[in-house]
Design a protein around this ligand. Structure first.
Ligand code: SAM
Length: 276
């Protein structure tokens, strides 16, 4: 009979957030698969758990995953942990869960800390329906395309971001959704310097133009208002181009196209300038 793969969430900052069941599962597993064994050893020492560790991360999952599966099929049980939070949520694990499911190995997820859900709960934005977007693509073109697909999204959206990309991401979000959209910046959740800043995207852009982003962030962004105009930037630009071709000045064409479509004026202007 095969063993079980346990997905064990670990604290996102405050060690007190490890649950009793998570600790018991780590202590009972035959071996632990960790994203970074050096990080996990600290937690395991804190819990006084000594177990054989194997490494399972983004760059070795193709080789490591089948080896873990083999041990599970042979009857051993494995606890999967990542550096912080819930495995498989913007973290290694998704592939291993799929491998196990395909091979008929039971997977058991222990509930626990997750930065996305912690941030959503405290965001003061609607929580009834939400879309988890994780990290936006790093590549400019891909990122733009992803954001375009989200301009009409009515659900609250959750993004992860690293501090050194925060300014660019806020600028991109403001360009895609307009500066008036609400955002809750949830920083250093569960840690000493936890901070929840609720403002508009335009305010967030100017705040971080003057203040250095520090620590870990989850960005929770309000969805589009029902009935909010959802014309794509491309369609708005096409309208502006038509107006320009009809003899209108660029400035006036952008103003009118923005007013008619609801597209953000700055983004529309940059789009038109790209034609030159
Ligand atoms: N699997 C993890 C989870 O369940 O939360 C997420 C891992 S993802 C690689 C790391 C990202 O999560 C960070 O870049 C940040 O956006 C967010 N994050 C993790 N811990 C956080 C914290 N204490 N406060 C704010 N954001 C955090």
């Amino acid at each position: 009979m095969s063993g079980i793969l346990y997905l064990v969430p670990t604290p996102i900052g405050n060690l007190g957030d490890i649950s009793r069941r998570a600790a018991e599962t780590l202590a009972a597993a035959d071996f632990i698969a960790a994203e970074d064994t050096r990080v996990s050893v600290k937690l395991l020492n804190h819990l006084d758990v000594r177990k054989p560790l194997v490494s399972y991360h983004e760059h070795n999952r193709r080789e490591s995953g089948p080896k873990i599966l083999e041990r599970l099929l042979a009857g051993e049980s494995c606890a999967l942990v990542t550096d912080a939070g819930s495995p498989a949520i913007s973290d290694p694990g998704e592939d291993l869960v799929r491998l196990c499911a395909e091979a008929g190995v039971p997977v058991c997820a222990i509930p626990g800390p997750c930065a996305a859900i912690t941030a959503l709960s405290v965001s003061a934005l609607p929580t009834g329906r939400f879309a988890f977007e994780g990290f936006l693509p790093a590549q400019k073109k891909e990122r733009r395309r992803r954001l375009e697909t989200l301009t009409a999204e009515e659900r609250t959206m959750i993004f992860y971001e690293a501090p050194h990309h925060l300014r660019q991401t806020l600028a991109d979000l403001a360009e895609a959704f307009g500066g008036a959209r609400r955002i809750s910046l949830c920083r250093e959740l569960t840690k000493l310097h936890e901070e929840i800043a609720r403002m508009t995207l335009a305010e967030a852009v100017s705040h971080y133009a003057e203040n250095e982003p520090r620590g870990e962030y989850v960005l929770v962004v309000g969805g589009a208002e029902t009935g909010e105009k959802t014309v794509s930037l491309e369609d708005a630009a096409a309208l502006a181009r038509e107006l320009i071709a009809g003899g209108m000045s660029k400035k006036e064409a952008v103003r009118q196209a923005a007013a008619e479509t609801g597209a953000p004026k700055n983004a529309l202007y940059s789009e038109i300038l790209r034609d030159e």
